[in-house]
Design a binder for this molecule. Structure first.
Ligand code: ZN
Length: 183
């Protein structure tokens, strides 16, 4: 489903994560989920094919986000494991924000020009990802949420559940999260 210029969101209601396709140069998939064949079929509806994907990025290393990586790597995509401060895709520039808490290496990707936040499992609509899995930490999560709350966001694309596509809902969601965590 097209969310906005350059951004396609594939919601997953099963075990795997959502996937986000960024139509830039190269084309990128953020989180490949657990069923790459099904994802490919859904991408095809929007005119994309797995061979066109040049890069795979994961918001964190949990298996429900990464199991599909191999499928895309076999078809030529590079896996970006060591992300710098920015992911510059020519048409789209994303800031890489370190957001530990759900897992130690979690990152969010923020497109400041278009006000898009790809939030992985750090923040979800009206809730946060679990912090009780190995490597999770509530205090780090609170700091990460606080950092994200300072961003201007019109499109929130989370790792599970559904996207939020207007600022009012995103603010409401963020306020509910901060209240829940006592921030
Ligand atoms: Zn996770």
């Amino acid at each position: 489903m097209k969310i906005f210029d350059h951004y396609y969101f594939y919601e997953n209601r099963g075990l795997g994560s959502n996937s986000i396709l960024i139509d830039a140069s190269p084309k990128v998939i953020v989180d490949t989920g657990m069923n790459p064949r099904r994802l490919s079929k859904r991408m095809a509806v929007d005119g994309f094919h797995p061979e066109e994907i040049g890069m795979v990025v994961n918001t964190h290393s949990h298996i429900d986000h990464t199991a599909g990586n191999r499928f895309f790597r076999r078809r030529g995509a590079k896996l970006l494991t060591c992300i710098g401060e920015y992911l510059d895709l020519k048409d789209v520039c994303l800031k890489v924000i370190s957001t530990p808490g759900h897992s130690p290496g979690s990152v969010c990707l923020y497109d400041e020009d278009n006000r898009v936040l790809i939030s992985g499992d750090t923040i979800l609509p009206y809730c946060v990802g679990r912090w009780d899995l190995p490597g999770g930490d509530l205090e780090s999560l609170k700091r990460s949420v606080l950092k994200l709350s300072e961003l201007k966001v019109d499109y929130l694309l989370p790792g599970h559940m559904y996207p939020l596509t207007n600022r009012k809902d995103i603010l409401e969601s963020m306020n509910a999260i901060m209240e829940m965590l006592g921030i």
